[in-house]
Design a protein around this ligand. Structure first.
Ligand SMILES: Nc1ncnc2c1ncn2[C@@H]1O[C@H](COP(=O)(O)OP(=O)(O)OP(=O)(O)O)[C@@H](O)[C@H]1O
Ligand SMILES: [Mg+2]
Length: 264
């Protein structure tokens, strides 16, 4: 069992799309997946066809404010092997509401490990969809995770934010979670006709070397249509370029996992 946060404080870079489609592809391969929507926008929730307008107690908010246990709020999705903890806009209040709690960065980590250690639920992967900021919620995710997957939009400014993210990760490693590592960087919204895309790609590969996945996610309109139907693109149109790229990425991810597993 492994907890992976999909993280980048820059907005709209493909975090949620990556969470939904990696989860979907892994679940189709028989892996048991739990997605935690840790973003008050609730995009992973609605993207999987579940309302983000329901009682906040039944969401990740209920867990972080102490009202609920993880087992109370896990929801089945209509997809096999794929469960979800939902989120809604009330989650944005958690930072203010927990202001007096010195250990608040650990809440998610503690609740999650208690649940995973005790329960009979045997997830292979927990994927956490982070909000676009380096706020408390993101810190909670960093503390709770084994590793991080960073979607990087192949656009100007993409690499600037990454430096800040890497500094934050280093700080968390030193102080709060020494075992945290970077699973990989996934290039997203790649446009072959745009020179900038290939420039950002080569800069990222030069700098982060083999941390950058070989698979690149192209810009593909089917990827942006799928969430409005409440399904992963792999279900919406499994043959479109976006789906193919997420299947390829998932294969690469699994090969990487197998290598890590056999080295351990
Ligand atoms: N490869 C792609 N091609 C085209 N559109 C995409 C692609 N990936 C994501 N999108 C669309 O771009 C928008 C942003 O993607 P997404 O929501 O996954 O990013 P995000 O990083 O989770 O955003 P936020 O920071 O707001 O949480 C969405 O409308 C999504 O459908
Ligand atoms: Mg998102």
């Amino acid at each position: 069992m492994k907890i992976i946060s999909i993280i980048n404080q820059k907005g709209g870079v493909g975090k949620t799309t990556t969470v939904i489609n990696l989860a979907s592809a892994l679940s189709q391969l028989g892996k048991k997946i739990l997605i935690i929507d840790l973003d008050p926008q609730g995009n992973a929730t609605t993207g999987l066809g579940i309302s983000n307008m329901e009682s906040s107690e039944q969401t990740i908010y209920g867990i972080l404010n102490g009202a609920k246990e993880i087992s109370d709020v896990i929801r089945k999705t209509k997809f096999q092997n794929l469960d979800l903890i939902t989120s809604n806009v009330d989650l944005s209040g958690i930072e203010v509401e927990t202001a007096g709690d010195n250990d608040r960065a650990f809440i998610l980590s503690i609740k999650l490990s208690a649940y995973l250690n005790d329960s009979s639920a045997s997830y292979d992967y927990v994927l956490i969809d982070c909000p676009p900021s380096l706020s408390l919620l993101t810190v909670m995710a960093l503390v709770a995770s084994n590793s991080l997957l960073v979607p990087l939009q192949t656009e100007f400014f993409a690499l600037e934010g990454l430096t800040q993210l890497m500094k934050t990760i280093e700080r968390i490693k030193i102080r709060l979670n020494p075992k945290l590592n970077i699973q990989g960087i996934l290039l997203t919204m790649y446009d072959r006709r745009n020179k900038l895309s290939s420039q950002v790609e080569s800069e990222a590969r030069n700098y982060f070397k083999n941390k950058v996945y070989q698979t690149v996610i192209p810009r593909n309109v089917r990827l942006s249509e799928a969430p409005s139907h409440g399904v992963p693109v792999l279900v919406y149109d499994k043959n479109c370029p976006g789906s193919k790229s997420y299947y390829n990425f998932t294969n690469e991810f699994i090969n990487q996992e197998n290598k890590i597993g056999s080295a351990a």
